[in-house]
Write a protein that binds this ligand. Structure first.
Ligand SMILES: [Zn+2]
Length: 344
């Protein structure tokens, strides 16, 4: 399933995400030399419709080619181009395919060809050794640009705050790239806003260039005023047998049309997420970091509305029904700056 190669194939940097499958034939790990070793590891298109990773990477590589006539990178780069078959159709993943960002080592999903491939990628990078790891994503709701880490260590937080002062620490979902790579090197996931936004591509490109120029990742503490750290305390899903929509639609749950304006805002108790029609039950599936059902801690039903039981800050709220179905409605977070390590 996985292809591995040295150097950029002809014509690749001219290709849109939808053309990569035709040019590469499948998921591909490309190694490029640079002045410093070991390589920065970058993965793009874990989700086929999130174009920012490939767009920022190919723009950066083209600028190096244009400047020097050859790829003279300041640091070696290993680039993993993931779900090209889903990208060919502009989909997050193909029907029947597992989510490429849920099958990395540590995943709780049953073994699959895709999880074996990610294991192989991690094995290859372990043998080669890695400087740092960056996995690049878009999301669908209104969110600021932010970085995620799964380990609270100074070097991870430095790699994260190089992208944004907003950093999210999470342990679920499992099987994400940044968790699978965390045993090898500092690893982050970047969330670069909606696909197609130029600002997201430019931001990711500047960040990748900065990473390639780093001589080391510092181990001293991140200054508290340089970081807004949040901790994901729960993931919220709509159960598969519950219909949902947005006004003026008809469904068992009708979410607020302004839902994605609530991302990264500290919401007071009583904030309504939507209305429940028919059977008067809350019916959201809310799981904490250990997979436990914590629905009643965060939500209750009042006057037919799903309301917050305690103040929280959501992220990734979206109005995209297919994302809500395939992934989740949102995550709930708490402020976590007290947990920024104070020592090197
Ligand atoms: Zn994604």
């Amino acid at each position: 399933m996985l292809q591995e190669r040295e150097g950029i194939p002809d014509g690749l940097l001219e290709a849109e995400t939808s053309e990569l499958e035709r040019l590469l034939g499948g998921p591909t790990l490309i190694h490029l030399p640079g002045e410093r070793q070991p390589a920065l590891f970058v993965s793009v298109l874990m989700h086929g419709n999130e174009t920012v990773g490939w767009e920022s990477m190919r723009t950066l590589l083209r600028s190096y080619l244009g400047r020097f006539g050859a790829l003279r990178l300041p640091r070696a780069l290993s680039l993993f181009i993931g779900n090209v078959s889903a990208a060919a159709l502009g989909l997050r993943s193909l029907p029947g395919q597992p989510d490429y960002n849920r099958v990395w080592p540590g995943s709780e999903l049953p073994p699959s060809a895709e999880s074996a491939m990610m294991q192989r990628v991690v094995g290859i990078m372990r043998r080669r050794t890695v400087f740092g790891s960056v996995d690049i994503h878009n999301n669908t709701g209104r969110n600021p640009h932010y970085a995620c880490v799964n380990v609270l260590e100074n070097r991870f937080l430095h790699l994260a705050t190089l992208f944004s002062r907003t950093v999210v620490y999470f342990l679920r979902p499992t099987g994400v790239q940044s968790m699978g790579m965390a045993g090898l090197c500092p690893a982050v996931t970047l969330e670069c806003g909606k696909a197609g936004e130029r600002h997201g591509t430019e931001h990711a490109q500047e960040y990748l260039d900065a990473c390639l120029h780093l001589s080391a990742l510092p181990d001293h503490p991140v200054a508290p005023h340089d970081i807004d750290l949040f901790h994901t305390v729960a993931q919220v899903k709509v159960p598969g047998d519950v219909s949902f929509g947005f006004p003026p639609g008809k469904a068992e749950i009708l979410f607020s049309p302004e839902l994605d304006h609530l991302n990264f805002r500290e919401l007071p108790r009583g904030t309504a997420f939507g209305r429940v029609l028919g059977e008067q039950q809350m019916r959201l599936d809310v799981r904490d970091e250990h997979g436990r059902d914590v629905g009643e801690r965060y939500f209750h039903l009042e006057d037919g509305e799903i309301r917050l039981t305690m103040p929280v800050m959501p992220s990734m709220l979206t109005r995209d029904a297919s994302v809500i179905r395939q992934d989740c409605l949102c995550y709930l977070m708490e402020r976590y700056n007290d947990h920024v390590p104070q020592r090197g």
